[in-house]
Design a binder for this molecule. Sequence first.
Ligand code: UDP
Length: 378
Amino acid sequence: MKDVLIIIGTRPEAIKMAPVIRRMSESSILRPRVCSTGQHREMLAQAFAAFDIAPEFELRLMTRGQSLAALSGRLFNTMDALLEERRPWCVLVQGDTTSVMIAALCAFYRHIPVGHVEAGLRSGNLQQPFPEELNRRVATLATRFHFAPTPTAADNLRREGVPESRIHITGNTIVDALLYMREGIRDAPPPLPPAMEALLRKGLSYVLVTVHRRELGAEGLQHICNALRTLARRHPDLFFVYPVHLNPRIREHVRAELGNIANILLIPPLGYKEFLRAMDAALFIMSDSGGVQEEAPSLNKQVLVLREVTERPEAVEAGFCRLVGAQEERILQAAEELLAQERSGIPSRSTPFGDGHAAARITTVLERAAQASPEEYP
Ligand code: UDP
């Protein structure tokens, strides 16, 4: 058996790696060994719990208010020590956080092949998302197995000179995660906070909101809060359900701005199953999240994307997502248009993010490589 060290730091990484861990656990060739770098401790624990995953290694690296450089320094030292001690055959990372970039570099320095899940996403703008666009470009340079979720992502990698033989189009593992959970949710809906259950019981409509991006800044957050306040006033029968990210900068601002409005429900982050149920029952979604843009098509939901650029153009092209940025007037206009459209019904379409078998494809590529010599890796 060859060890694959799987690095996970945030909630979306846990959700998107979970299907790979589950599938690889059944392999007779590879052994997944999960390492948590613990960027968002509580939200990460919720995501691990949803999939029954317990990390084997916990690196406690986060301290409140630390700079990206300080975090990187700590990651370099700790990750390198772990690689020295464990000597995995391969390091598998997902997405574009700072821990992904540093883990990929540490593995590269030790000549350990890196597999990158969700490779090739590009916004084309190093400032948005910040610092993720830089992180994923650097991770690409250190990666041996590029698992591109879509043909568009694969094209981005080709344009940067990644050899064809190293690119594998797999679909996005978030579709695997969502399909795995969805059956259970429809059979046995997980309980939501009481105020939400009351909305559902009364058949009241709500818009689901999530916001967390670093590059948004205080001004962007203020614009979003203003827009939500205006929408709530204009539509007293419509509710806005907002699971607030635990980042203190976001939480304190949002509580102060939106804390006392009757039709805005501020709730703590939801577990994955609960969040999927909340998405499924929402009228539409307003979010700056990457994962939500990928999940919404599988649930046939519309998303107003509170960002200026997206690295997921597939969801925009397929008609599920609309880029509205973080300007109050644009948000208001787009929300009003969507409300009018929702009333007349939006036709259903299929997701551009895969068929739910991404984890199996990733595992197969790595199994073949594990049985070959490095020169013969597929
Ligand atoms: N999510 C969750 N609970 C919540 C909000 C989001 O489980 O209260 C999930 C969501 O379904 C998606 C992921 O978290 O799979 C997105 O994470 P986030 O928006 O934090 O990060 P991003 O995707 O932008 O990197």
